[in-house]
Ligand binder design. Structure first.
Ligand code: SF4
Ligand code: SF4
Length: 109
């Protein structure tokens, strides 16, 4: 059975600001990110709630980091989340993944 590293991690959802273009919002693109889960940054950029806190944690992240986690809007998650460390679930991390994990006391993949 393949081990899914991301569902036992979640560190990147609690490490960085998650900003994206407002065209990805549900109000503009059916199936997009629910508008209530973001805050405005500029006229065209929005940010996942919780990700600009001093101790960031995306509002959509459920579970315990380093334990069992899930994204409550996985199918509708925004592009930065889709693009982040694309091979991490297969056990192949990158520098940003390693930085996020390090912030939460987890070793690099
Ligand atoms: S991409 Fe890296 S930091 Fe993010 S959940 Fe997966 S293993 Fe953790
Ligand atoms: S939307 Fe989902 S994948 Fe993206 S940061 Fe939030 S919890 Fe993580």
């Amino acid at each position: 059975m393949r081990e899914d590293h991301c569902t036992r991690c979640g560190a990147c959802c609690a490490a960085f600001r998650v900003d994206f273009h407002h065209s990805e919002l549900a109000s503009r693109a059916p199936g997009g990110v629910p508008d209530a889960l973001v805050v405005p940054v500029t006229a065209t950029l929005v940010r996942m709630r919780g990700t600009d806190a001093a101790a960031p944690r995306c509002i959509a992240l459920e579970g315990e980091i380093g334990g069992a986690v899930r994204c409550a809007l996985y199918a509708a998650r925004p592009s930065p989340c889709r693009d982040f460390a694309p091979y991490a679930a297969l056990g192949i991390g990158d520098e940003a993944c390693a930085r996020a994990r390090q912030r939460h006391g987890l070793g690099a993949l």
